[in-house]
Design a binder for this molecule. Structure first.
Ligand SMILES: *Cc1c(COP(=O)(O)O)cnc(C)c1O
Length: 364
């Protein structure tokens, strides 16, 4: 039995540190915005190379609060990818703005800057690229667009903790970077959690206010805010894992490279954009016309696999009316052919080879 991700084996390796940290935090009883949240924010900011990191309740909230702090609202348009998790577009809707879906590049699964340029209107306020599956989007070209048209850049980094472009981390390029600590993410807690990074002092202050009921001083409220704080116990766990994130991401790359070395001759390896940045393989997602046969063969051998994502956002029921007649052929083609294989830092070479044998047999 090979799962998509094995959280149990990782917990066993760091159990003592996590358990001790949790017990200490339980003893202190500072459960809301306690010392571990503050320490984690500092450690994450230092790792990501940004002046500010603000812990929030989830990745979805990170996106929502970042858009709200940026002043995006009704009447505004935000250009984003249709080939992502629903939360990216939901957050745009939460602030009353309109998601404008632009097709992705076949070579990276990420938003196509040339098509993004064509979608800009006088109502466009921001670009919201996703660093999908852990591979950085083409930030250079997107930043140029933002500079030229006076747009904000907000990055969805839910899948890209530790991915960098020329040594500079995803989440440090735009006004804000939005991270998720959902348990299966590259840096995952043991429950929900999220983080917004920003280079702007003013935005950081707004984020801290918004996550805490619009309050800077207790019982003084300057805006309608939210109850969206990173949990103290999650911060304990995240601090333990943050220390190991480079190892975790390196081990993911080991697995991915082993997959790709074997699958290259079959022509089904994931697209990797050379020279854009380092990929942290949140997912290893291949493309095959026969993905259903591969999936069935893996299932027969107790090997997990998953389709991320089967339906692009412009084809989802919730956006069907708003996107009627919209055709985004690259995303639609990928959704019909993509299959994600198990990948996690602790996966052994023998497990990888077992998956590979099943894929080969399915296609033989
Ligand atoms: C996981 C994810 C989110 C949402 O994060 P949550 O912590 O689950 O709210 C947003 N965008 C992308 C691309 C994601 O993968």
């Amino acid at each position: 039995m090979i799962p998509m991700v094995d959280l149990k084996i990782q917990y066993e390796q760091i159990k003592e540190e996590i358990d001790n940290g949790l017990l200490e935090a339980l003893g202190k009883t500072q459960f809301i915005l306690g010392p571990n949240v503050a320490a984690f924010e500092q450690e994450a900011a230092a790792y990501l190379g940004v002046p500010h990191a603000v812990g929030v309740a989830s990745g979805t909230d990170a996106l929502h609060l970042a858009l709200a702090a940026a002043g995006i609202g009704p009447g505004d348009e935000v250009i984003t990818s249709p080939f992502t998790f629903i939360a990216t577009a939901e957050a745009i809707c939460y602030v009353g703005a309109k998601p404008v879906f632009v097709d992705v590049e076949p070579g990276s699964f990420n938003i196509d800057p040339v098509l993004a340029a064509k979608a800009i209107t006088p109502r466009t306020k921001a670009l919201l690229p996703v660093h999908l599956f852990g591979q950085p989007a083409n930030i250079g070209a997107l930043q140029e667009l933002c500079d030229k048209h006076n747009l904000l850049l907000i990055e969805d980094c839910a899948q890209s903790f530790g991915a960098a472009i020329g040594g500079k981390m995803t989440g440090s390029f735009g006004l804000a970077g939005c991270f998720s600590f959902f348990p299966s993410k590259n840096l995952g807690g043991y429950g929900d959690g999220g983080l917004v990074t920003t280079t702007s002092d003013e935005t950081a202050e707004r984020l801290r206010m918004l996550r805490n009921h619009g309050s800077k001083v207790r019982y003084h409220h300057d805006a309608i805010g939210y109850n969206s704080r990173l949990d103290e116990l999650q911060a304990v766990i995240l601090r333990v894992k943050l220390k190991r994130i480079d190892t975790y991401n390196r081990e993911r790359r080991r697995v991915a490279h082993r997959y790709s070395a074997a699958l290259a001759s079959l022509g089904i390896t994931p697209p990797v954009e050379d020279g854009i940045g380092n990929h942290v393989y949140h997912q290893y997602t291949l493309l095959s016309d026969r993905r259903d046969a591969i999936m069935a063969k893996l299932g027969e051998r107790q090997i997990a696999s998953a389709i991320y994502y089967p339906i692009p956002l412009h084809k989802q029921n919730v956006f069907a009316a708003a996107c009627a007649g919209l055709s985004l052929p690259v995303s639609e083609g990928i959704a019909a052919r993509c299959l994600s294989l198990p990948i996690f830092p602790e996966m052994t070479d023998a497990q990888v080879d077992e998956v590979l044998a099943a894929v080969r047999d399915a296609l033989a």
